[in-house]
Write a protein that binds this ligand. Structure first.
Ligand SMILES: [Zn+2]
Length: 58
């Protein structure tokens, strides 16, 4: 698929915070789209994208 985008340093989408649910404690937390893991502010556990996908996937 070809998109009409300006060439240059911003070819990739800029990282943005994504609200996810902590699989450990259920609290809402933010994970940046360019990060594969984030620390839950509620339970201080390190949550990886893999864990999120495993919970979501059906
Ligand atoms: Zn948590």
């Amino acid at each position: 698929m070809t998109l009409h985008e300006c060439p240059g340093p911003n070819r990739k989408a800029p990282p943005a915070p994504e609200v996810v649910e902590c699989p450990a404690c259920g609290a809402e937390m933010e994970m940046w789209t360019n990060e594969n893991k984030a620390k839950c502010p509620s339970c201080s556990k390190e949550i990886t994208r893999e864990q999120l996908n495993r919970k979501k996937g059906t």
